[in-house]
Ligand binder design. Structure first.
Ligand code: KG4
Ligand code: ZN
Length: 348
């Protein structure tokens, strides 16, 4: 609908420069420039390299997004930008760009939380999010379970990882198996040819004694170590490592814990909607398992398509659009980038 606000979103918290344009819940453009190839040989994102790449990509990506959406900056009603959490130097590029465009075009600016944006992006595919909802947020840096009462004003954390994030575990195990960075998509692909029951890897924080204090928390570092020990033992014995079986068994362990804990959170709070967001939500096994198991409990699962799960500008625009529609006031023009922005802060 043409009378709904037109929102531009800018994302630069990690290694993707993203600019998205949405009108209401409709996605008009999602332009992306990735520096992932520049980090691959280091096996992880190098902050200085990422910042420099954002600086080079931000203006062309902005132009591509506006062209793709068929609008000009003058048509835009508000600019949303990821203000945190993320890499400080990388965030600064997006925040500075957003301020510059906002001042030049006299538009309000919203500094938003990257993690809340991973939840909000689902509205572009499935419409308004029923509240309350439970959100499972699984990315390279975070794994959390949230109660979403009011996405525009705040979320309630129920639990989080006590060590590695789910995406981090995928990346570390991929490295161990000699797969490229970032490892999630490669494990996903390898696992299709493997047997998920080949190796019984541990499910962190699922034993009865752990559930008392950590019912809604995750732990993936023990799993990562178990995979490392298993692979080392094979190598020491001079036997080939069955990469597909290890990938499938590891992936099964991660997904089993994520899905069971997310559905348990839904049941314990009496919430019938589960939304999954973040890069790991692109995982094919996680998506299928969540659908299957949720159906048994009458819980509806909402997961955006894989391209919207990993970092992008559309997710930031989607959250900006929700904030505008909810009557939330814009940020001050001196808004800071906050690399450690807490999950409970939706916008600054
Ligand atoms: O949300 P995201 O793009 O960036 C952060 O905010 O961290 O998430 C990136 C993470 C990486 O760890 C990557 O390996 C993982 O998401 N990932 C996947 C898949 N696609 C991306 N993990 C498992 N399966 C996938 N298909
Ligand atoms: Zn992310």
């Amino acid at each position: 609908m043409a009378d709904e606000p037109l929102i531009l979103g800018i994302e630069t918290s990690c290694d993707e420069t993203g600019v998205g344009v949405v009108r209401g819940h409709t996605l008009l453009a999602d332009a992306l420039a990735s520096s992932v190839d520049q980090h691959a040989r280091f096996g992880g994102v190098v902050p200085e390299v990422a910042s420099r790449a954002h600086l080079e990509a931000i203006v062309p990506t902005m132009q591509r997004a506006l062209t793709e959406a068929g609008v000009t900056l003058a048509d835009v009603d508000a600019i949303a930008v990821t203000a945190g959490p993320g890499l400080a130097g990388a965030l600064l590029v997006g925040v500075a760009a957003a301020k510059g465009y906002a001042i030049a075009a006299e538009k309000p600016v919203y500094g938003v939380n990257h993690l809340a944006a991973h939840v909000a992006v689902d509205t572009l595919e499935h419409g308004p999010l029923p509240e309350p909802a439970i959100a499972l947020l699984v990315s390279g840096g975070h794994s959390s379970l949230l109660l979403v009462d009011d996405l525009a004003r705040g979320v309630t954390p129920l639990g989080a990882t006590i060590d590695d994030a789910a995406g981090e575990a995928f990346d570390k195990v991929a490295r161990l198996l000699g797969l490229p960075f970032p490892g999630g998509p490669y494990i996903d692909r390898e696992a299709r040819a493997g047997d998920p029951a080949a190796i019984a890897f541990p499910r962190g924080l699922t034993a009865a004694k752990d559930l008392v204090a950590h019912r809604h928390d995750f732990s993936f570092s023990g799993l990562k170590t178990a995979v490392a020990r298993w692979v080392e033992a094979r190598q020491r014995a001079g036997e080939p490592v069955p990469v597909a079986d290890v990938a499938a068994s590891f992936q099964e362990a991660v997904c089993d814990v994520l899905v069971n804990k997310a559905l348990d959170a839904c049941r314990s709070r009496g919430v019938p909607t589960l939304v999954i967001g973040g890069g790991v939500a692109a995982n094919s096994r996680l998506r299928a398992m969540a659908e299957q198991r949720a159906a048994r409990h009458g819980i509806r699962v909402r997961v955006p398509r894989p391209g919207l799960c990993t970092d992008n500008g559309a997710m930031v625009a989607a959250l900006g659009s929700h904030l505008v529609a909810s009557g939330v006031a814009p940020s001050r023009l001196d808004l800071p980038a906050d690399s450690a922005m807490p999950l409970t802060t939706v916008s600054v």
